[in-house]
Write a protein that binds this ligand. Structure first.
Ligand code: 5GP
Ligand code: MG
Length: 177
């Protein structure tokens, strides 16, 4: 894969925007307005930025924090072990948390994040992901709010990278081999 490879559009920017607003509507009616969002960097920063503004339009006033968990590096498959690269700033004790990630695949990243927040005394944890790949779970975990289920292909754009490229694409795409 090279930087100027051809990318096939899988989900358009318009479809992403519409779905974010639907998710925000659902989330704002289900969770307390002062929910604390824990965004898993780096892949979820675009989704998080869109989601919090959509939540604002729904009357919510979330707090936001970020945590960086170890990623795939430059590989396209997971090594299986998750570590904290950069921790949260806020105390999550007693808080209702919405964990926001880009994509749910094996489930290891979100399981690690949820366990960590529960160990630290979060009152509740819910999960929102923009994308999920059904049938790829290695750990039994489900997201409460899912944007789109996608085929088992490596996708980029809307925050998702390949070797830290393509995050800026406004759509979700598949890199042509
Ligand atoms: P899991 O721990 O569920 O296997 O993987 C979750 C993480 O793997 C995501 O947060 C994302 O960073 C990365 N990931 C999984 N599938 C893809 C993909 O198709 N494209 C990209 N760019 N990252 C992915
Ligand atoms: Mg990620």
């Amino acid at each position: 894969m090279k930087k100027n490879a051809t990318i096939d559009v899988l989900i358009t920017a318009e479809a992403l925007a519409g779905r974010v607003h639907e998710l925000a509507h659902t989330i704002a009616h289900a969770l307390p307005p002062d929910v604390m969002i824990v965004s898993l960097l780096r892949g979820s920063f675009v989704f998080t930025a869109d989601l919090i503004r959509a939540l604002h339009l729904q009357g919510a006033s979330p707090q936001v924090d970020f945590i960086t968990l170890s990623s795939y590096g430059n590989a396209t498959t997971s090594s299986g072990t998750i570590t904290i690269m950069r921790d949260l700033t806020e105390d999550v004790r007693g808080r209702d948390i919405l964990i926001v990630d880009d994509i749910l695949e094996s489930g290891r990243t979100l399981t690690f994040a949820r366990n960590l927040l529960q160990e630290r005394g979060a009152a509740s944890t819910h999960i929102a992901v923009m994308l999920e790949k059904p049938g790829k779970r290695k750990v039994d975990i489900t997201a409460d709010y899912v944007g789109f289920s996608i085929p088992d292909k490596f996708v980029v754009g809307y925050g998702l990278d390949y070797a830290n490229y393509y995050r800026e694409l406004p759509f979700i795409g598949v890199v042509q081999e």
